[in-house]
Design a protein around this ligand. Structure first.
Ligand code: HEM
Ligand code: HEM
Length: 168
C-alpha cells in the first residue's frame, strides 16, 4: 500500500456515487419492507423476486468491493496534522466500520431476501440504524474539520479534485 498525498479520481468518484445510491436506499425502502412484511405474514409466497432496493443494494456491494480493493492498492492520504489524535482514531474507526457495513448490509439483505430468513433481516435493520448514526458522525466530523479546525478536509474528497488530476 502506498502513502499518497491525495485520493485518486476513482476513489473520489466511488465515494460520491455510493453516497447517492445510499441516499436512495434510505429514502426508498418502503417497497421492499412492504413485500418483506407480506412474505413474513404469508400474504405473499416466501420467495424472492427482483426488487429495485435489492438491485441497487447489490450494485453498492460491487462498488464497495472495488473501493476496498483500491483502498488496499493505492492507500489514502494521511489525516491532517492539525487533527487531534482522538479525532483521528474516531475517523479511522468510522471509515473501517463504513467498509464493513457497505459489504455487510448487502450480504445480510440478500440472505434475508433470497432465503426468506428473519435473522439476517433483523441484522440488516440494526445495521441500517448503525450506518445512519455513522453517517451523521462522519458528516459532523467533516464539517467540524472544514469550518472549525479549518484543515481543508472537504477539498480532499471534492469532485473538483477529479478534474485537476489523473489517477486510478
Ligand atoms: C448498502 C446497501 C443497502 C442499504 C443501505 C439498505 C438499507 C435498508 C434500510 C434502511 C431498510 C429499512 C430497515 C428498517 O427500517 O428496519 C432496509 C430493509 C430491507 N432491505 Fe436493505 N439495504 C441495502 C441492501 C439490501 C440488499 C442487497 C437487499 C436484498 C438483496 C436488501 C433487502 C432488504 C429487505 C428484505 C428489507 C426489509 C427487511 C428489514 O426491514 O430488515 N437490502 N434496507
Ligand atoms: C453514505 C454516506 C457516506 C459514506 C458511506 C462515506 C464513506 C467514507 C469513507 C469510507 C471514507 C474514508 C475513505 C478512506 O480513507 O478510505 C470517507 C472519506 C470522506 N468523506 Fe465520506 N462517506 C459518506 C458521506 C459523506 C458526506 C455526505 C460527506 C460530506 C459532508 C463526506 C465527506 C468525506 C470527506 C471529506 C472524506 C475524506 C476524509 C479524509 O480524508 O480523511 N462523506 N467517506
Amino acid at each position: 500500500m502506498k502513502d499518497p498525498i491525495a485520493y485518486s479520481r476513482a476513489q473520489i468518484a466511488l465515494h460520491w456515487i455510493i453516497v447517492v445510491l445510499m441516499l436512495g436506499q434510505y429514502l426508498l425502502h418502503g417497497g421492499i419492507e412492504a413485500a418483506w412484511g407480506a412474505r413474513m405474514d404469508g400474504s405473499l409466497p416466501n420467495e424472492p423476486f427482483p426488487n429495485p432496493h435489492a438491485i441497487v443494494g447489490i450494485i453498492i456491494f460491487l462498488l464497495a468491493i472495488w473501493r476496498i480493493a483500491l483502498r488496499l492498492r493505492v492507500g489514502a492520504p494521511a489525516l491532517p496534522e492539525k487533527e487531534p489524535a482522538a479525532l483521528k482514531a474516531v475517523a479511522k474507526l468510522t471509515h473501517l466500520a463504513f467498509y464493513v457495513l457497505l459489504v455487510g448490509m448487502p450480504i445480510s439483505g440478500a440472505l434475508a431476501w433470497v432465503l426468506g430468513l428473519e435473522l439476517p433481516a433483523n441484522a440488516h435493520g440494526v445495521a441500517a440504524k448503525v450506518m445512519l448514526a455513522l453517517i451523521v458522525l462522519h458528516v459532523a466530523g467533516a464539517l467540524f474539520q472544514q469550518f472549525v479546525l479549518k484543515t481543508g478536509l472537504m477539498e480532499r474528497m471534492s469532485p473538483k479534485q477529479m478534474m485537476q488530476k489523473s489517477g486510478s
